[in-house]
Design a binder for this molecule. Structure first.
Ligand SMILES: *Cc1c(COP(=O)(O)O)cnc(C)c1O
Length: 411
C-alpha cells in the first residue's frame, strides 16, 4: 500500500490517499476529488488498441461509470490503503457488498460456515437467498469458540463468514485462529468489520482473505449515506468480484455517495477515538449503576472476551449494550425519557442512537429464540456518539430517574 513516495500512517492516508489529481484532467488544484457525474467518457478514437481489459483508471482511462468512475476509483484507493489490501470495491450498501462477495465465491451445492450471531439482515440473506433459493448449505455456529467452526467445516465448505464483535451482545471470534481453520479447509475467509472500522481492527493482517463493511456506519459516520465496501489482496478473487459487481449485478456506489464517504473518512480516526472515549465512560457508569444488571462492552474487564478484544483490536469501539432492571415496559419508559439519545436503528454516526432490540429490531423473533441469542426484554443497544460526555450522562440519569420511579411503584 505504500509506494515509498507517500506516508502510510493511518491518519494521513485517511485525509488524502487516493485524492491525487487524475492524469489527463485539467488541473486547477482541487484539494478534494471532484464529483464526476458522467455516466460515459469520450474515447480517444476508433483506431486505438484499447480493449476493456486494458482500461487503467490510474492512468485516467475511463469508459463507462458502471465499470469505473473517477470519484469512486479515488475512494476505492483510499479504502484499500486503510485496510492494508490491494483491491477495494465500493458498493451501494453493505448488504450488496456481502451478497456480491458470496456470489463471487460460492456455487450451488457448496457449504458456508457462519457465525450464528451475524447482523440480522446478513443472516436472513444467507438463509432465505443462499440456502433456500440457491442450494447453498449454511451452518450457523457459535464462533466465539473456534472449535465449533472447525467442527462444522466439510469437504464442500468454500466460505467461512464471520463478524466481530457482533450485534447487540458484542460477542467476538478469534480472527487469526479461524483464518487457520479456513485455510486448512481451502475455504475463503471473509470478515464483516463494520463495528470496528479499519481504524480499530484489520482482519486482512490477521489472516482473513476478504474484509467487508457497511460504510453506512462508521466509515461514512454522519448517517447520510448508505454504502458498502470490500477489500482483498488476492488477484483471482478480485477478478471474480469485478465480474459480479460490474457485469453480474451493477451494485456500485454512486459518485455523490463516493464523495460523501471520502469526506467522512477524513475524520474517521478522530471520530473513532471520541466514540471510544465516550463509550468507555458510559460503560463504566452503567456498570456501577444499581438499575443495570449487565453491561456488554469489549473494553470492560468484565467482558468474557476482553483479552481477545485487546489482542486483535486496536480499540474497543463505540457500541455497547446493557440489561436494565425491570420488564419490557420499564425499558420502553427508560428509552422514552431520553432527550439526547435518538431512538433509532443503525449505528456509527456522530449522534448517539439507542434502541431496544426486543421491542424493535428483534420484535418479530419469538421470545424463546430471542433469549437464546441473549436478547432479553430489557437489553438496550447504544451507538455512542461524539457529543459532550456530560450531556450524555445527564440524559441517562433522566432515564434512570423514570425507571427508579416505576420500579418503586411496581415493587
Ligand atoms: C448495517 C450492517 C450491515 C448491512 O449494511 P447496509 O449498509 O445496511 O446494507 C451489515 N453488517 C453489519 C455488521 C451492519 O451493521
Amino acid at each position: 500500500m505504500n509506494d515509498g513516495e507517500h506516508p502510510s500512517r493511518f491518519e494521513t492516508l485517511a485525509v488524502s490517499h487516493g485524492e491525487e489529481p487524475t492524469p489527463g484532467e485539467p488541473q486547477v488544484g482541487d484539494v478534494v476529488s471532484p464529483i464526476h457525474l458522467a455516466s460515459t467518457f469520450a474515447l480517444p478514437g476508433l483506431d486505438t488498441e484499447m480493449s476493456l481489459e486494458d482500461i487503467d483508471p490510474d492512468e485516467g482511462e475511463f469508459v463507462y461509470s458502471r465499470l469505473s468512475n473517477p470519484t469512486r476509483h479515488a475512494l476505492e484507493k483510499r479504502l484499500a490503503a486503510l485496510e492494508g489490501g490491494k483491491h477495494a470495491f465500493a458498493f451501494s450498501s453493505g448488504t450488496a457488498a456481502i451478497a456480491s462477495v458470496v456470489l463471487s465465491v460460492v456455487r450451488p451445492g457448496d457449504h458456508i460456515v457462519a457465525f450464528d450471531d451475524l447482523y440480522a439482515g446478513t443472516r436472513r440473506m444467507f438463509e432465505t437467498l443462499f440456502a433456500s433459493r440457491l442450494d447453498v448449505d449454511v451452518s450457523f455456529v457459535d464462533a466465539s469458540q473456534t472449535e465449533n467452526v472447525a467442527d462444522a467445516v466439510t469437504d464442500d465448505t468454500s466460505m467461512v463468514w464471520m463478524e466481530t464483535p457482533t450485534n447487540p451482545r458484542m460477542k467476538m471470534c478469534d480472527i487469526a485462529a479461524i483464518a487457520e481453520v479456513a485455510d486448512d479447509a481451502g475455504a475463503v475467509f471473509g470478515v464483516d468489520n463494520t463495528f470496528m472500522s479499519p481504524y480499530f481492527q484489520n482482519p486482512l493482517d490477521l489472516g482473513a482473505d476478504v474484509v467487508a463493511h457497511s460504510t453506512t456506519k462508521y466509515l461514512n459516520g454522519h448517517s447520510d449515506s448508505v454504502g458498502g465496501a470490500v477489500v482483498m489482496n488476492d488477484d483471482e478473487l478480485a477478478d471474480e468480484l469485478t465480474f459480479i459487481q460490474q457485469i453480474g449485478l451493477g451494485d456500485m456506489l454512486s459518485p455523490f455517495d463516493s464523495y460523501l464517504l471520502m469526506r467522512g473518512i477524513k475524520t474517521l480516526p478522530l471520530r473513532m477515538r471520541q466514540h471510544e472515549a465516550n463509550a468507555t465512560v458510559i460503560a463504566e457508569y452503567l456498570e456501577e449503576h444499581d438499575l443495570v444488571e449487565t453491561v456488554f462492552y469489549p473494553g470492560l474487564e468484565s467482558h468474557p472476551q476482553h483479552d481477545l478484544a485487546s489482542e486483535q483490536m486496536h480499540g474497543y469501539g463505540g457500541v455497547l449494550s446493557f440489561e436494565l432492571a425491570g420488564e419490557l415496559e420499564d425499558a420502553k419508559a427508560f428509552l422514552e425519557a431520553l432527550e439526547e439519545f435518538t431512538l433509532a436503528v443503525s449505528l456509527g454516526g456522530v449522534e448517539s442512537l439507542i434502541e431496544l432490540p426486543a421491542g424493535m429490531t428483534h420484535e418479530p423473533v419469538p421470545k424463546e429464540e430471542r433469549e437464546a441469542l441473549g436478547i432479553t426484554d430489557t437489553l438496550v443497544r447504544v451507538s455512542v456518539g461524539i457529543e459532550h460526555i456530560d450531556d450524555l450522562i445527564d440524559d441517562l440519569d433522566r432515564g434512570f430517574d423514570v425507571l427508579a420511579e416505576r420500579l418503586a411503584v411496581t415493587a
